[in-house]
Structure formats: structure tokens, C-alpha cells
Design a protein. Structure first.
Length: 292
């Protein structure tokens, strides 16, 4: 059985790109499930899959995050990885699907877990907003705040991999310089800017629609928005990207990893042990990545 990928919300589980991609397990909140039931569910996952990699957004309520750490502590298990993702909700869902794709590959579980940090650099996650007055995830200048009060104003916002904010018509969002697909989730804003302007500017290869994650309006500070995420869809490209990074052994828990931090115990590697993959490993316009 492949390594289990787990999430904290059902709407973070996107439909698979192919017939091989497994689904993800749901780790419910303390308000929805007792601790005893949560411990029983995790025990079953560990028995069936050996390891569990749980991915959750940094915006997760404190009680739910505390529940995850409690489960790992009570079970005294070093086979549970808890990975906090500093991405918008749709970006988290995209990364979760990529991790589900990797879970069936011939990588060690430590490499799969630490690949989340690497792959997050290749997710271009943002939104089109009618207002930025309540946006606190991306820096907003006083001048932009003032423009937000003008009737008809709309703003393109990029949260990852590098924050950027523009008023539509006054600039362009810096997009990927490699081939991607674009996932779009519509809130209560009516606009074709994402599909008619952003997608051609980013030269995306395909545009797909998705349901808006429940937490997106809170994350972006408004329900009048359209969320989007550009991503690498091909499992062969993901595989090549991950396999190109030099593998190390965690000096704390002994598990194999890539990058500069263990996905299971979070122990960092010393600066001297940082590695990069060979230049040109991703072809046809896909960039190389320096570190993870």
C-alpha cells in the first residue's frame, strides 16, 4: 500500500488527474470527532499504510492543529509527519494532490514527506479580489487600500511563491516560466480576468475549474473573489524534479530526505549539507530549483 496522505478538510482533496492517484484520509477536527475515535482512525491508517503524511494549512484553527500533535504524542509514533503549509486553500489542495501522486512512486517515505517544501515553490497561488481592505496575508500599501474603495476596483494577488499585488489593468502578476495547468475556483465575484487575461499571460496549457474551498473567503478577506493556482500536473515531471535532488539522511531520526529539513522530525540539516540538483534536470521550459 502507498504511504497515506491525510488532510484536515475534505475540500482539500481534488479529483485525481489519473486512475492511479489515491485519495487522501480525513483527519477531522475536535468538534467533529472524539480523541478516542481519532486515535483509532490513525492507528488503522498506520496499520494499513505504515506511514502517514498529514498536510494542513497554516491557517488551521489552533484546536485542530493541537489535536494532530496530540494524536502523534499519544501514539508515540515516529511514523506520522505533520506538515504545515503556508499556502492559500486552493494552493494547499493542489499540493496535496501532487503529494498523492508521489505517494505511489518508488521514493522512500522520508523523501516524499520532504518533497512538500520543494514542490510548494512551483505552485503559483493567488486570487482576483474586489477589495483588499481585509487582506492580511499579502502586504498591502496604504495607496492600494485607498484604491480598494473605488467603485469597480479589482485586484490580482499572488501569495506564493512570491507575494505580489496589482490593480487589474495597471500591471501583470509574475507567473511561472514553465508549463503549467491552471485551476480556478469561483467565489461571489463575476469576472473573466483570470481565464481571459491571466491564463494567456502565463501561457498555461490547460484551465480547469474547481469548487471553492470553504476557508478561502476567510483566507482572502472577502467572499467576492476568484481563487486560482498554477501547478505542474504531470507525474513524470514531478518525479524527475524530486529525484533530481540529492538525498541525505536525517542526523536526528535517521530517515532519508531531500532539501534542508526532515519532514518527520523537522530537524534541519547544517548549512554545509545543503544541496541543489543538477542544472537542466527539468526540460522544455521548466526551471531548475536551487534548494528546497
Amino acid at each position: 500500500m502507498p504511504t497515506a496522505i491525510a488532510v484536515t478538510s475534505a475540500d482539500l482533496v481534488l479529483p485525481p488527474n489519473d486512475h492511479q492517484t489515491p485519495t487522501a484520509a480525513l483527519l477531522q477536527s475536535p468538534h467533529s470527532q472524539s480523541l478516542d475515535a481519532a486515535l483509532a482512525d490513525m492507528t488503522v491508517l498506520l496499520e494499513q499504510h505504515g506511514y502517514v503524511i498529514a498536510l494542513y494549512p497554516a491557517s488551521l484553527p489552533v484546536a485542530h492543529e493541537r489535536r494532530l500533535h496530540t494524536i502523534r504524542a499519544v501514539l508515540e509514533s515516529d511514523r506520522i509527519a505533520l506538515l504545515k503549509l503556508d499556502l492559500p486553500p486552493l494552493g494547499v489542495a493542489v499540493l496535496v494532490r501532487q503529494m498523492r501522486q508521489l505517494s505511489i512512486c518508488d521514493f522512500s517515505v522520508g523523501v516524499i514527506a520532504s518533497a512538500a517544501r520543494l514542490l510548494s515553490h512551483y505552485v503559483y497561488a493567488g486570487a482576483l479580489l474586489n477589495s483588499v481592505t481585509r487582506l492580511d496575508r499579502v502586504p498591502v500599501s496604504l495607496k492600494t487600500h485607498a484604491k480598494s474603495w473605488l467603485p469597480g476596483s479589482q485586484f490580482g494577488v499572488l501569495a506564493n511563491p512570491r507575494p505580489q499585488l496589482i490593480r487589474t489593468g495597471d500591471g501583470e502578476l509574475a507567473g511561472p516560466d514553465f508549463g503549467t495547468h491552471l485551476l480556478v475556483a469561483k467565489g461571489q465575484l463575476q469576472s473573466d480576468w483570470v481565464t481571459a487575461t491571466l491564463a494567456p499571460a502565463w501561457r498555461v496549457q490547460d484551465v480547469q475549474e474547481s469548487l471553492l474551498p470553504a476557508d478561502s473567503p476567510r483566507w482572502w478577506g472577502t467572499a467576492r473573489m476568484i481563487e486560482f493556482a498554477a501547478f505542474l500536473p504531470d507525474i513524470s515531471v514531478l518525479y524527475q524534479l524530486v529525484s533530481s535532488v540529492r538525498r541525505e539522511v536525517c542526523s536526528w531520526c535517521g530517515i532519508q530526505l531531500i532539501g534542508d529539513r526532515c519532514g518527520f522530525c523537522s530537524a534541519p540539516l547544517s548549512p554545509a549539507e545543503h544541496r541543489t540538483h543538477a542544472p537542466g534536470v527539468l526540460n522544455q521550459g521548466t526551471p531548475t530549483h536551487q534548494g528546497s
